[in-house]
Design a protein around this ligand. Sequence first.
Ligand code: LRH
Ligand code: MN
Length: 426
Amino acid sequence: MQLNKDQILSENNRFQRSHQDYFNFLSDQLDNQDKDVNGILRKLANFQVAIPSWALGAGGTRFGRFGFFGEPASLEQKIEDVGVLHSLTKTAGAISLHIPWDIPQDYNAIKELANANDLVFDAVNSNTFQDQKNAKESYRFGSLSNLNASVREQAVQHNIDVIKIGEKLGSKSLTVWLADGANFAGQRNFQSALTHTENSLKNIYSALPEDWKMFIEYKPYEPNFYSTVIQDWGTSFMLANACGEKAYTLVDLGHHLPNTNIEQIVSTLMLKGKLGGFHFNDSKYGDDDSTVGSVKPYALFLIFNELVYGMENNPQNPDLAWMIDASHNIKDPLEDLLQSLEAIQEAYAKALLVDQEELQAAQSRNDVTLCQEILQNAYRTDVRPLLAQARALSGGAIDPLKSYRSLRIREGLIKERGMNSVATGL
Ligand code: LRH
Ligand code: MN
């Protein structure tokens, strides 16, 4: 399924009048505050978020999975679904593949299909947290950290194979997330686990093409419930430094213990030039992989406030990789992703409204109340007309979710794929 420009235009005609009124009202307000409205619209239009190939079907938990109808059962159908998201939002211009869930059969055909949907391939993700059929070694007791050298070699070789797949697709980065750890105290020697992991990562790093990046993703627990080798940002940061200048830390918002100050972690990593990218999602308890901004929208805003500051003041940190990492148990995956894309753009737009100079001036005077007011005024601004205008100017939908429904896209996918097609992935 592919949407065409006329479908989007006829949809936008329905909303044009009310949207223009809202947008004019807001841009007048912002003009009066000397905000660069066109500058903000440009930044929103250029802000592209990669969609995870593993989040286009219904996820599940160990307690069960409720399939969602018309799921993409092939890599081709996954690319088409991301194409639909990008046609509606013009902010989802990339797909992030997970290997071996998404190994292309025909690389040229896959690249052509991505091109036809105006998509590029973002980071490729390795998988040494599941045993593959006919695999020589098992990852039951870890992969890159495993005590057994031939298990580590198998895991290192898998990552090198993933890089090769990414190279054929034009990807420029590898994301390494390790489930490695222990379920019980005494099960593993922490130091040997970390040392093996560091050496294994260095072996993968040495196979990284010159213009590639390696993202090291940390997580405090799950699937191991006593310790995880790469448990927090500090461990990832240390390993990235040990590997070299092409290695960075990847922040998955769901990979933090309750009440962790993630915006401070972001600020520190940007100052040190080691923040590589994000996996956006939201969570109330653990790694819930819920819709972005559905639980802690203010925390997401504070993170973007640090990102905007860092993007203006930390040239030592490279351009960031923006990705969603979510899993959908009861909602239409495409509706969920449309909401997540909206929440990310909303947090970014609000952060762009923060007068960083005014904030620094208030901070230098220790005017705490004014510091709060500067942030909260930006956060309390309804920026949705800015998002809609940026989309419309890029040929996207003024209201992607309403148009997704009124264009009956899910019904169309079910007609094409049937009720019981199942997507590979989580
Ligand atoms: C681990 C994780 C990682 C992916 C997986 C699908 O929790 O966030 O980024 O490999 O989800
Ligand atoms: Mn992740």
